[in-house]
Design a protein around this ligand. Structure first.
Ligand code: COA
Length: 186
């Protein structure tokens, strides 16, 4: 069992289990038009609606099927930037990651750095042999964050995910434990 007190650290950020105080961040980010277009969820209409996904993330943690983290500043943990998750896939020891950063703080390198900590957690704490991700083919920011962290193209998925009744094509990318180890060794 991964303790819920675990904190993943990078040079500038820390990742901890989400709590109700993060709902303002989620709600505020989702007010920006198009923010959720590359993700499976839709903007909630009320802050109360954000409680259900929070509870699902606690359940996943308990059941050891997925771990969601809120990304905070190291210097000032009151300053919150976004979320990232790692969850089990159908294939044993292969995990999948997802992430977002509040639009007010995008393009500052936050996700590139935070994903590094999530990968370390996946390979070292969860014993993943491979970590995957998929992004809408138009999502250049996501593509960059993943390639910056060593993910390589695996396959094109014409029917990636369904959004507003339309199939969104995705690229699937992946990194193996060996690739990650040689990358961090430099
Ligand atoms: C994807 C996302 C998390 C990136 O977060 P971020 O903290 O802004 O990313 P970074 O600042 O680490 O940027 C990484 C790279 O992407 C580039 N980038 C960022 N936004 C970009 C954009 N809109 N278009 C093109 N490139 C972009 C940056 O310039 C940087 O490139 P560099 O390494 O060459 O300097 C953020 O755009 C987001 O939250 N998007 C909405 C939610 C989403 O789509 N999540 C992913 C679902 S798969």
């Amino acid at each position: 069992m991964i303790p819920t007190t675990i904190i993943l650290k990078t040079e500038n950020y820390q990742l901890r289990i989400p709590n109700e105080s993060d709902i303002d961040l989620v709600f505020s980010a989702s007010r920006y038009p198009g923010f959720t277009d590359g993700m499976l969820w839709h903007p909630p209409e009320t802050k109360e609606e954000c409680l259900l996904p929070l509870q699902s993330s606690f359940k996943a943690w308990e059941e050891e099927t997925g771990y969601t983290f809120t990304i905070l500043s190291n210097k000032n943990p009151e300053e919150k930037f976004g979320k990232s998750s790692i969850r089990k896939t159908k294939t044993p020891d292969i995990w999948n990651v997802g992430f977002w950063v509040h639009p007010a703080n995008q393009k500052k390198g936050i996700m590139t750095e935070a994903l590094g900590a999530l990968l370390r957690f996946g390979f070292e704490n969860l014993n993943a042999i491979q970590i995957e991700a998929a992004y809408a083919t138009w999502n250049k920011a996501s593509e960059k964050v993943l390639s910056n962290n060593g993910f390589k193209f695996a396959k094109y998925l014409e029917k990636g995910f369904l959004k507003n009744d339309v199939w969104v094509p995705e690229n699937e990318v992946r990194i193996t434990k060996e690739e990650w180890e040689s990358l961090i060794r430099g």
